[in-house]
Design a protein around this ligand. Structure first.
Ligand SMILES: [Mg+2]
Ligand SMILES: [Zn+2]
Length: 231
């Protein structure tokens, strides 16, 4: 049994919360929903090759989305259809009120995260990959790849959490995520992992503990109870 019900969170260690964006902080996955709508056949074809091990997570994204033609206005209209988890704002408020540093770790793109913050009137710190427009065309660059990890993503969450830990050796790092490709190394690096969707069975397979969740409200509830228990 690798599912934790009520983990205790040590009161004598400073917390840090790291949260995936697509499908975790937001309801829909921005990149894959966009690809499904704009280039469905290409997506199917490339995904098959990804599953056969022909691509890393990042080279798959490059093959799929680099050079995509999508005028900014159309992208904006699409981003307006992206919903946040019903408790996304509450999680930001909770962390701010408790003085807990919060950071979105995303294998998506800075451009979209900036626009989504404006659309939803919220602010958060984040690490992500880079998207630049040249005319109407997407140009992509990885945020912080990490050869040593093996996740193959453009922004390795293990590396990002490890950096925080290096600067804050006592930190109790929490990772919240939903995907086996981009969240697994972050969940393994964290002291406590919240998991749903494909991330949960991936952690099961490795026999690693995690807290299952449905919405971010579950995360807030477990965090506040766990901190109470740790006092
Ligand atoms: Mg995700
Ligand atoms: Zn990694």
């Amino acid at each position: 049994m690798t599912e934790l019900e009520n983990p205790t969170i040590p009161a004598d260690r400073p917390l840090a919360v790291f949260c995936d964006f697509d499908g975790t902080f937001s309801v829909q996955d921005v990149g894959s929903t966009l690809a499904q709508q704009l280039v469905p056949e290409k997506r199917k074809r490339l995904w098959r090759r990804f599953e056969q091990g022909e691509f890393t997570a990042w080279t798959y994204v490059m093959a799929l989305l680099d050079g995509l033609r999508l005028p900014e206005k159309e992208l904006d209209r699409f981003l307006e259809t992206i919903d946040l988890d019903p408790a996304a704002r509450s999680l930001l408020d909770y962390c701010e009120n408790e003085g807990i540093p919060f950071r979105i770790l995303s294998d998506g793109f800075d451009w979209n995260l900036e626009r989504l913050q404006a659309i939803h009137h919220i602010r958060f710190e984040y690490s992500a990959n880079h998207l630049e427009y040249e005319g109407d065309t997407w140009h992509l660059a990885p945020g912080r790849p990490n050869e040593a990890c093996g996740c193959g993503t453009g922004s390795c969450k293990r590396g990002l959490i490890a950096s925080h830990r290096k600067a804050n050796p006592d930190a109790f790092c929490i990772h919240i995520g939903n995907g086996r490709v981009s969240d697994l190394c972050g969940a393994l690096e964290a002291d406590l992992a919240f998991a749903k969707d494909t991330l949960a069975p991936a952690l099961d397979e490795l026999g690693r503990d995690y807290v299952p969740f449905t919405t971010l409200q579950d995360v807030i509830d477990v965090l506040s109870k766990g901190r109470e228990a740790g006092r």
